[in-house]
Design a protein around this ligand. Structure first.
Ligand code: HEM
Length: 511
């Protein structure tokens, strides 16, 4: 008896010592090791506080910088949206390190190193535990948040959905949904007797409709219902991103955790209903494919590659909605703001659109000829990139040029600051000038709204096709200018948003 008790005691004490050591290592020793390695290479930064790092500094910088609206429509927004980046790069130089809780983040702005890192390290770097925790309830282990071999496998599975004929086949949904939006804009003007609308709302609904139809085809109404719940989940989860995330906190039975759990269960129940009905159709021989939409294609690919992992299918569906809906809505909203306040460029786009598509309905095969519109879209993505930062954690020690990046350190690429850099773009870096995209002479790596390398945005062509279709149809139907009610106040909540929306005044055109 005594022997058993002694063995049990030894096991318990060993376990206890291991848990203590792991905790101390994770919260103290490892950050200290990373800090020392970087300091030896001359990379310094603001002093972190125990456990919270520089989280408080960042929130106080950001809240001070965004407490007032901007006085004019001015695109010099780096100091407003990334004030901590401006302050720390002035103080510590191009490379500096700061701490998001216990996660060390090195800011990297050198284009050569960024290109090398993004093109060569896609399987040995990726999304950190903190990032995965922040988004796991609304996108789970979908492509955006996986790492290593799993990421590589999923990327190959998903990529065909965004290429060639399959990509073009989504064009019909985009045109149909945009027709509905144009009609509702016309009705809104008629019913209210006013010609002013907040265009962001319309784009948000439109892009949600499009992704819902592209993903779920005839089941798109249920898709819309799922996406409404996902939007609620996302905003609940966003509340936790600026807070310290402790291991185990998800098990606390708080109202917040309970609400998240019940929304997540409802989303997965609805998704499962759609998937099960497709599977039943194939198994009963009523259909020989899972469908022509994104979900059908995923089910086909996953079936071909072996066992059908339904959790993965659900996570990818959620990921496409999250990654491919708000980003495009924001691209369209900022582009509308830029065109509404730059009538000369608006006219240039309209002339090009009229020459190509006289009736105002675009043909998918001709979209690549919309050069002026493409320049405007690029300039909008440069000035207001929906994703302001690109985060990647090193999963093993990496040598990058003269830099040694230890395992566990995150590299943060400040896309917004790179896009606005006078050093890279010239004195007019903060001005709207689509002409700069007329030649391909700008250095690759300076323009990275969709990231770069093997882990770039898989939906990039989808996004550009959708943006071109929607803007073509909008600009053929209406002339628009910025309303005097518009207040320029960009803010970042994961992505760059206009704080009060974008109010424009529409005037219908005769086609
Ligand atoms: C203007 C629109 C868009 C912008 C600016 C954009 C931007 C980006 C960026 C910067 C990344 C890299 C994120 C990172 O690794 O941290 C990314 C990844 C991704 N995007 Fe997009 N995106 C857009 C539209 C879309 C659309 C329409 C879809 C799909 C329907 C999509 C699906 C994805 C997915 C699945 C990934 C993860 C790729 C991977 O890790 O291999 N995106 N996007």
């Amino acid at each position: 008896m005594m022997v058993i008790l002694t063995i049990l005691l030894v096991i318990l004490v060993t376990l206890f010592i291991k848990v203590c050591y792991d905790t101390i290592s994770c919260y103290w020793l490892n950050p200290l090791r990373i800090k020392k390695i970087m300091e030896k290479q001359g990379v310094f930064g603001p002093k972190p506080r125990f456990l919270i790092g520089n989280l408080n500094d960042i929130s106080s910088f950001v809240s001070k910088a965004t407490c007032e609206d901007m006085k004019t429509i001015n695109h010099d927004i780096v100091g407003r949206l990334l004030p901590h980046f401006v302050a720390w790069s002035n103080q510590y130089g191009k490379r500096f390190i700061y701490w998001n809780g216990i996660e060390g983040r090195m800011c990297l702005t050198e284009i050569g190193l960024i290109k090398e890192f993004l093109s060569k390290c896609s399987t040995i770097s990726g999304k950190s535990w903190q990032q995965q925790q922040g988004s796991k309830h609304f996108i789970g282990k979908g492509l955006l948040m996986t790492n290593g071999e799993d990421w590589y496998h999923q990327r190959h599975l998903v990529s065909p959905a965004f290429m060639g004929e399959r990509l073009k086949s989504y064009g019909g949904h985009m045109v149909e949904c945009t027709k509905e939006m144009v009609e509702s804009l016309e009705n809104a003007i008629l019913e209210s007797g006013k010609n002013e609308v907040e265009i962001g709302e319309y784009f948000t609904k439109l892009t949600a409709d499009i992704i819902s139809r592209t993903e779920f085809g005839t089941n798109y109404k249920k898709g819309n219902q799922i996406f409404n719940l996902l939007t609620q989940l996302q905003s609940l989860c966003a509340q936790s991103t600026r807070k310290l995330c402790l291991p185990g906190s998800r098990f606390f039975p708080s109202t917040y955790n309970r609400e998240i759990k019940s929304l997540k269960m409802e989303v997965e129940r609805l998704l499962m209903e759609i998937i099960q009905s497709r599977k039943d159709c194939v198994e009963m021989g009523r259909s020989n494919s899972y469908g022509n939409d994104l979900l059908g294609m995923l089910l086909d690919e996953i079936q071909k590659s072996g066992t059908l992992n339904l959790q993965l299918v659900m996570d990818e569906c959620k990921t496409f909605f999250f990654a491919g809906h708000e980003t495009i809505a924001l691209l369209l909203t900022w582009t509308a703001m830029l065109l509404a306040s730059n009538p000369i460029w608006q006219d240039k786009v309209r002339i090009e659109v009229k020459e190509l598509f006289n009736q105002g309905v675009p043909s998918i095969d001709q979209l690549s000829k919309l050069n002026v519109l493409h320049m405007v879209i690029n300039e909008s993505l440069r000035l207001y990139p929906p994703a302001t930062l690109l985060p990647r954690m090193a999963f093993q020690d990496i040598v990058l040029g003269d830099l040694y990046i230890p395992k566990g350190l995150s590299i943060w690429i400040p896309v917004l600051a790179i896009h606005h850099s006078e050093e890279l773009w010239g004195k007019d870096a903060n001005e709207f000038n689509p002409q700069r995209f007329a030649s391909k002479s700008f250095m690759s790596g300076c323009f990275i709204p969709f990231a770069f390398g093997p882990r770039n945005c898989v939906g990039q062509s989808f996004a550009i096709m959708e943006a071109k279709i929607i803007l073509t149809m909008l600009i053929s139907k209406f002339r628009f200018n910025i309303s005097e009610n518009y207040k320029h106040a960009p803010i970042t909540v994961l992505t760059i948003k206009p704080k009060y929306g974008v109010q424009i005044c529409l005037k219908a055109l005769d086609i």
